[in-house]
Ligand binder design. Structure first.
Ligand code: NAD
Length: 255
């Protein structure tokens, strides 16, 4: 089974690091054209460094997914550079390790804006275009925290629960428009986001061991093991899937 994304135009947010960086890499290797979006101003330079000539099919937009302007910019970039937008990957996200009542209101608002409201802003720009062009695919990064309470996940868990429910709702609303919407729910993945949470937790080694032990498979994932699912879902092998929350979690939610 070959996965061929030739001629597909994808937008990937949170593209500079972790899962998003690996989605961009695998998508380019599979023939897609990619608009990579991230708040990190070094986005283009770091992608050129990591991916070399593969970046000939990539464009870069530096911006905050919590703002409307970023979504306007990447939509414009996709249409001006590639003439279409087939797959929207809402992957950018931030964590919180504080207990709910100890998180300041600004942190609550920031997590909602980055992890959840960004999907709404994205829909405002992407859905009308997809409707006009006969359909499309939206993929959202949710989490095992979408369905399970896990120590030290705080407000993050509420945002990811909402991402999974918004995915289902959008799948139903837009199925008549041939727009499919799915979520990928990773278990714990070794990325800078996780390393930051581990540092904030006080004892990073104990934190990482606790998380690894919570996965029946006995370890946490590498980002490429999650990115691969996005590539499959973006391919023409997954055309009957919509409204799904696909768990790539080492057995976490099977317990
Ligand atoms: P990461 O920190 O390695 O990468 C996230 C990227 O998003 C970074 O490049 C960062 O600069 C970018 N970003 C952050 N805020 C942004 C904003 N406001 N606007 C634009 N870009 C922004 O993290 P990751 O672990 O690869 O996380 C990717 C997604 O996977 C997130 O939605 C996260 O919640 C989810 N997730 C991660 C894990 C895990 O264990 N790492 C588990 C489940 C779900």
């Amino acid at each position: 089974m070959n996965v061929d994304l030739t001629d597909k135009v994808m937008v990937v947010t949170g593209a500079d690091s972790g899962i998003g960086a690996d989605i961009v890499k695998l998508a380019l290797e599979s023939g897609a054209k990619v608009v990579a979006v991230d708040i990190n101003p070094n986005l283009a330079a770091s992608a050129h460094g990591r991916l070399g000539d593969l970046t000939r099919n990539a464009r870069f937009v530096v911006g905050d997914v919590a703002t409307e302007e970023t979504h306007a910019q990447y939509a414009r970039e996709a249409f001006e550079s590639f003439g279409r937008l087939d797959v929207m990957v809402n992957n950018a996200g931030i964590g919180s390790t504080r207990r709910i009542h100890e998180a300041p209101p600004e942190e609550f608002d920031r997590l909602i804006n980055v992890n959840l409201k960004s999907l709404y802003w994205s829909a405002r720009f992407v859905v009308p275009f997809m409707k006009k062009h006969g359909g499309g695919l939206i993929l959202n990064t949710a989490s095992i925290s979408s369905v399970a309470g896990i120590p030290l996940q705080g407000i993050y868990a509420a945002t990811k629960g909402a991402v999974a429910q918004l995915t289902r709702q959008m799948a139903i609303e837009y199925a008549p428009d041939n727009i499919r919407v799915n979520a990928v729910c990773p278990g714990t993945v070794d990325t800078p986001l996780l390393r930051k949470a581990a540092a904030e937790a006080g004892d990073p080694d104990a934190f990482l061991k606790m998380l690894a032990d919570m996965h029946p498979i006995g370890r946490i994932a590498g980002p490429e093991e999650i990115a691969a699912m996005f590539i499959f879902l973006s391919s023409d092998w997954a055309t009957f899937m919509t409204g799904a929350s696909v768990f790539v979690d080492g057995g976490f939610t099977a317990q």
